[in-house]
Ligand binder design. Structure first.
Ligand code: C2E
Ligand code: SIN
Ligand code: SIN
Ligand code: SIN
Ligand code: FE
Ligand code: FE
Length: 421
């Protein structure tokens, strides 16, 4: 078992590592967009290999997208295919071979792999030409596949993929695989660090931090769009926010297990100790070297502030834990919290994401609440605990919140637990 001091030292390394982070999902989204641009393709997907399954990780489809209101995303599909030669994607992943199919509906029936009509049937989309490229690292590991669908000519008529397309995409997939490998290693390392610190049940850690991060992105994106923040900037911020939101509770490593894992209600003394995780977390990132450190410090410090000023830790200097000048409060009374827009936007966003996830999940001290009660608590908190505008966005986006929950569900002990998601 690591001592609290060792845990803190280990976590200090995170500050350094954060400078090199690029979030995997955001990276994949970019890879796919670029790949499609190269061949003017209407649609495409990236699947990531997880053991003997390919998991649908990203999907873009201009035709289906154009039927949605501006700014709306296609709902994330939880979708997986076996790595075996019976499907197109599975064949490419199992054999490492590229497949260039001019029309999936006229695929010869004597091929081992066959086109699955499931997606087309569910979406009303018509897939025709399809280029499927394995993502292979320099060590010959197959990390997933890139699948590009319906290449178009200048008149937007669907055309088969050419040999030149194949060459370009192979080169591109090679670069994508290297980038993917690096992102996966960084992710794995961060998750291992969080686990090493034994903050809590390891089954809980990965899914929880991923859900809080993705809920936060969902809220941020719509908050930013309302303010007409340029898409480029939103994109960049998403990258920073995702990583930083995952780390909102890292300051808990400085909290003793007796308190952290207590199966019942904390005493008021214990709760006072617990509240220090905000300040401890901010300290881990106090040596600001990048946007990542800055955002991580802001979120750690501010995710328990409340809109009406009743949260914690208030206006304090994380280095000392003491009140900032002008915010000393009244002698003998608890320090007032930050109020309204004094609370940085990332803090206000992660507050909603964190509480919703705490309510709807199992914790060592509570059973999961059902969805209706969890939503009700968030709604009731608008204007008291939470920024009311952000609550409105959260509720509007609830279908997407649910899709994120489906994507990151808790695992039973012994189940495969890939380090990277
Ligand atoms: P957490 O488990 O991540 O919970 C985050 C926040 O979700 C809480 O912040 C609180 O605002 C909300 N929340 C969680 N469970 C409930 C609930 O049952 N009812 C309501 N209304 N809200 C809930 P808070 O209270 O500042 O707690 C911060 C952290 O302190 C928690 O993080 C958890 O690690 C710990 N903690 C809080 N209460 C207890 C407890 O009774 N027992 C133990 N062992 N830990 C606790
Ligand atoms: C995305 O990159 O499409 C969103 C991030 C996520 O859901 O992880
Ligand atoms: C990341 O988002 O890259 C950090 C870790 C993870 O998602 O597993
Ligand atoms: C964890 O689950 O270990 C960290 C994050 C949290 O409790 O909010
Ligand atoms: Fe917290
Ligand atoms: Fe939390």
């Amino acid at each position: 078992m690591l001592s609290e001091k060792q845990k803190l030292d280990t976590l200090m390394l995170l500050g350094i590592e954060l400078n090199r982070i690029h979030d995997l999902d955001i990276l994949l989204e970019r890879v796919l967009t670029r790949a499609r641009q190269f061949v003017n393709a209407d649609a495409g997907s990236i699947y990531i290999r997880q053991g003997d399954r390919l998991i649908f990780a990203q999907s873009q489809n201009d035709t289906l997208q154009s039927k949605l209101p501006v700014g709306e995303k296609l709902i994330y599909q939880t979708f997986s295919v076996a790595v075996d030669p019976t499907s197109i994607a599975g064949y490419a992943a199992a054999t490492g071979k590229l497949l260039n199919i001019p029309d999936v509906y006229t695929l010869s029936p004597d091929k081992r792999y066959q086109f699955s009509r499931r997606f087309d049937q569910a979406s009303g989309y018509v897939t025709r030409s399809m280029l499927t490229i394995p993502l292979i690292t320099s060590k010959k590991e197959i990390l997933g596949i890139l699948q590009i669908i319906n290449a178009q000519d200048h008149e937007k008529r669907i055309r088969p993929f050419s040999q030149t397309d194949e060459k370009v995409m192979l080169h591109f997939a090679g670069m994508a695989a290297v980038a993917l490998e690096r992102a996966q290693m960084t992710r794995a390392m961060i998750l291992r660090m969080i686990r090493m610190a034994e903050m809590r049940d390891p089954r809980e850690t990965g899914p929880h931090v991923n859900r809080v991060a993705d809920f936060s992105l969902e809220i941020y994106e719509h908050w930013a769009r309302r303010r007409h923040i340029p898409e480029k900037e939103i994109d960049k911020t998403r990258d920073v926010l995702r990583m930083a939101a995952m780390l909102h509770d890292v300051g808990k490593v400085a909290t003793s297990d007796l308190i952290l894992k207590k199966p019942t209600q904390l005493s008021s003394e214990e709760y006072e100790v617990m509240k220090q995780h905000t300040i401890q977390g901010a300290r881990l990132f106090s040596n600001v070297q990048s946007d990542y450190d800055e955002a991580a410090a802001i979120i750690a410090l501010n995710h328990h502030e409340k809109w009406d000023g009743s949260g914690y830790p208030g206006h304090v200097d994380p280095a000392t834990g003491q009140p900032l000048p002008g915010h000393e409060g009244k002698a003998g009374e608890a320090l007032p919290g930050k109020k309204g827009e004094e609370i940085p936007i990332f803090g206000r966003i992660v507050a909603i994401a964190d509480v919703y996830d705490a309510l709807s999940s199992r914790r060592c001290y509570k059973d999961p609440w059902d969805e209706a009660n969890s939503i009700e608590t968030i709604s009731q908190g608008a204007g008291t605990h939470f920024d009311p505008e952000l609550v409105e966005i959260f509720l509007n986006r609830f279908a997407f919140i649910r899709a994120i929950q489906d994507r990151y569900t808790e695992k039973e002990v012994g189940e495969e637990d890939p380090d990277w998601r």
